[in-house]
Structure formats: structure tokens, C-alpha cells
Design a protein around this ligand. Structure first.
Ligand code: BGC
Length: 430
């Protein structure tokens, strides 16, 4: 098939994945409304969860243990806060939650809560100082309903995790029990915090204009400093659980992915924009075009037949056209290669534009006229590594906010989960 033969396929790909500024503005308006309803407990999709944390002063000092549980890896750290926004990581140990070579997988429903937390404690045992007690902050990157800094009940799993016995329970109590069972009684867990919040805390430790935090990685989420949280006399960081926003401009491949996921109907924004899902959207799309005979190749390559066989790293390699781009079999005709790359690029740019629309809603809430500078602190592999991602976010913010976009700086805030957990532990102690 010549390039002209593939032309209709490219046009329909563009139509499926291109979002106009009009659509993004609509989404931002709906997102704002959901935020408002969520703050009063009546949102369809945005939980607006209180964190019981406020801005750091920048003067926090002391040594704290930090635990980072995000769904892919677990990390235990010992962190020294020096004040004036400075810190040192004194020790750290990390391990993946799934390791096929070592024959374990702590992510499925076959794993019990005690098995999972016993595993976590083996890492904590390696960083705990020899003498004295130590306060611990726990970055737990899942939606939790909190009634205090140390009382956080898991609402439901996301990112396709399914460990049994945790949903509905206070994660702090579960960790406390596991620490006692492992003999680690000198560690005192004092704070459970979402990763979007720890990212923001870390940025605000050095710069008080940081008032939005976001994760663009395996999962997606955003938090912000809410000046008037109902029932609170001081400003509070609110975990929006943005990935659960449901009024999204989805196409038929998003619907297919959602229907086959662990929790159909939930996490609709996350399923369109986070690293856990981008490869799968690409796979479903390309498979469909191939099956309908719209591509040059007669058959879709075997290695892409399995759900989730294509990862976001594969898309990154495709976009970089790197020699490591194993994802493209060498036998592919050139037009198909171009089609696969175009699909990857459109899916990645759409993700960035959706994220920018959600941030626009947050910005319009906290500063409708954009009369002061704002820092959006961002952690996650998509923002850090995916070719074109950060640039597409900046361009979309300019498109949506006009000249006032110059008030916004997007900053990569790597590894906030450790320092932010220490800062939360410090607030928990005081
Ligand atoms: C979770 C959020 C988390 C985000 C990023 C989502 O799946 O629901 O709580 O912040 O992933 O890790």
C-alpha cells in the first residue's frame, strides 16, 4: 500500500485523538464544578480529600523515616531536614513490588495485607537508626479518606493493584501492626500522605509560591492549597484524586480499555493520561486499524496481541526512534512505522493536553484573574522523560490561559515522596 492508501487511516487517527481548545475549556469548566461539589461532599467523580497538612514553614528540621509506596516500587528512606529548604538523604533501600526472577508479586489479590507489609518492613529494618525512636511519614499513592494525619482509610485501589484486606482500613494502623510484628517498635508512623501532596510539600519547602502539585507517572493526580476547606481554620492541601474525573472527552478505544479494566467506570481521566495505560490505548488502536485492513501489513505483529504488552516506555522509544525501539518489528512497511509513531505521538500529546485542562481548572479556582505567580510542582516519568510531553503541557496552558500563562511555572520536582513524607512526619509530630 502506498502512502496515499494509508491517508484515510491517518485522518481518522487524528480525529480520534485530537482535542480542540474548545473541548479542553469545556472539560476545565466541568472539572471546576466537580471540585466545588467535591469540597461539599457531592461530586460525581472528584473526592477532594483533605490531607490535614498545611504549607511547610521552610524551617523544619530533624531526622525522619520515610516510606514511599506507589504501586510499582517500595522505598524506605532516612532523611535529615536541615531547615531553609535543605535536606540530606541519609539512607535508602528500594525494591520492586513485582519481580518475576525473584518469583514474587505483591500487587495481586492473592497477596494478603500481612505479606505486603512484612515485605515493606524488611526494607524499613535496613534504614532504621541503631538507637532512639524515629517518626515516619508514609507516602501512600492511593485514594484515602482521612480524618487525621494518621488516620487514612483506603477507598479503593487504582493502577490495577488488588492486594486483599486493605480497602476500608486505616493504612497507618496496618503499618503499625506490621512494625510491631517485625520488632521495629522504635519506628512511630505518624502521617499518611498522597504522593501529589508530598510533591507539593517538597516544592513549597523551598518556594512558598508552589501551590499545586501533580503526578504524571504510572498514575495521575493533582493537589493544591485550598484556602477555605470546610471546617478548617487554616489553608489545607487537598488531594483532588484528579485521575477519577469522569466527564472526559473519551473515544471508543478509551471505552474499550475502561470496560476491560479492573474497575470499569472509575479513573476515567487517569486511563486516558497516565503511564499505566498509554501503551494499552496505543495497542488497542493499532490492533483495530490493522484488523480492519487499514494498514499496510496484513497482520498485527504477534508480540502486541496480549493486553498491556506495550508499555509507555515502548511509546517513548518509538517517539525517540531509538535503536532500542524493539517495539517495531524490522519487517514493517515504512507507512505502518509512520502510522505507529503518529499514533504514539497523538496519544502522548492528548495526555498532556488533558492534564493541562485539569490544572487550568485548579488555577481558575485559586486565582481566577491569575494575578500572582504559581509554581506547579510535577513528579513522574511522563513529565520527566516522555519526548514532547512537558512542551505539550506548556503549549496547552498558553492556549488555555493566554498571556496570563506567564504567571505559571511548571517545575519538575523529583523524589518528593521521600522529603515530603519527612515534612509530613514533622507536622505530625508537632
Ligand atoms: C491514585 C492517586 C495517586 C496517583 C499517582 C492514582 O492512581 O489514585 O492517589 O496520587 O495515582 O500516583
Amino acid at each position: 500500500m502506498n502512502s496515499l492508501g494509508l491517508f484515510p487511516a491517518f485522518v481518522s487517527l487524528q480525529t480520534l485523538f485530537t482535542l480542540t481548545a474548545y473541548q479542553l475549556n469545556d472539560m476545565a469548566a466541568a472539572f471546576s464544578q466537580e471540585m466545588e461539589s467535591g469540597l461539599h461532599g457531592s461530586s460525581q467523580s472528584l473526592a477532594m480529600l483533605p490531607s490535614y497538612l498545611t504549607c511547610p514553614t521552610g524551617r523544619e528540621q530533624g531526622i525522619y523515616a520515610a516510606l514511599d509506596f506507589g504501586g510499582t516500587n517500595v522505598r524506605a528512606m532516612l532523611i535529615k531536614l536541615h531547615g531553609q529548604g535543605r535536606f540530606t538523604v541519609l539512607a535508602q533501600r528500594a525494591a520492586p513490588l513485582t519481580d518475576r526472577l525473584a518469583c514474587y508479586d505483591y500487587t495481586t489479590s492473592r497477596t494478603t495485607v500481612s505479606e505486603l507489609f512484612a515485605f515493606v518492613c524488611t526494607l524499613l529494618a535496613e534504614i532504621v537508626p541503631v538507637h532512639g525512636t524515629i517518626t515516619l511519614g508514609h507516602t501512600f499513592s492511593f485514594p484515602c479518606r482521612q480524618t487525621a494525619l494518621n488516620d487514612a482509610r483506603l477507598l479503593h485501589w487504582t493502577k490495577e493493584l488488588a492486594v486483599s484486606g486493605i480497602v476500608g482500613h486505616n493504612v497507618n494502623d496496618l503499618l503499625q501492626k506490621a512494625l510491631t510484628a517485625s520488632g521495629l517498635t522504635r519506628i512511630r508512623p505518624a502521617a499518611i500522605v498522597n504522593d501529589a501532596v508530598t510533591t507539593l510539600l517538597t516544592a513549597a519547602y523551598t518556594d512558598s509560591t508552589a501551590d499545586i502539585g501533580s503526578i504524571c507517572g504510572t498514575g495521575h493526580n493533582t493537589c493544591y492549597l485550598e484556602p477555605h476547606f470546610p471546617g478548617s481554620s487554616r489553608p489545607m492541601y487537598i488531594n483532588i484524586e484528579a485521575g477519577n474525573f469522569s466527564a472526559v472527552p473519551a473515544n471508543r478505544f478509551d471505552d474499550l480499555l475502561d470496560a476491560a479494566s479492573d474497575r470499569p467506570g472509575s479513573g476515567r481521566l487517569e486511563k486516558m493520561c497516565s503511564g499505566r495505560y498509554l501503551g494499552e490505548i496505543w495497542r488497542l488502536t493499532c490492533l483495530d486499524f490493522a484488523q480492519k485492513g487499514l494498514l499496510g501489513a496484513k497482520q498485527f505483529p504477534q508480540q502486541w496481541q496480549t493486553p498491556y504488552a506495550v508499555t509507555t516506555q515502548d511509546l517513548a522509544a518509538l517517539l525517540e526512534a531509538s535503536p532500542a525501539a524493539l517495539v517495531l518489528p524490522p519487517t514493517l512497511v515504512q507507512q505502518d512505522q509512520l502510522f505507529f509513531r503518529t499514533a504514539a505521538s497523538l496519544i502522548v500529546v492528548r495526555s498532556a493536553r488533558l492534564v493541562a485542562a485539569a490544572w487550568t481548572a485548579v488555577l481558575r479556582r485559586i486565582d481566577p484573574e491569575l494575578s500572582r505567580p504559581h509554581i506547579i510542582a510535577i513528579d513522574g516519568s511522563l513529565y520527566e522523560k516522555l519526548p514532547g510531553y512537558a512542551a505539550a503541557i506548556t503549549a496547552s496552558l498558553s492556549e488555555l490561559l493566554g498571556k496570563k500563562a506567564s504567571q505559571i511555572s511548571c517545575r519538575l520536582a523529583k523524589d518528593g515522596s521521600g522529603v515530603g513524607a519527612a515534612l509530613a512526619a514533622c507536622q505530625g509530630e508537632n
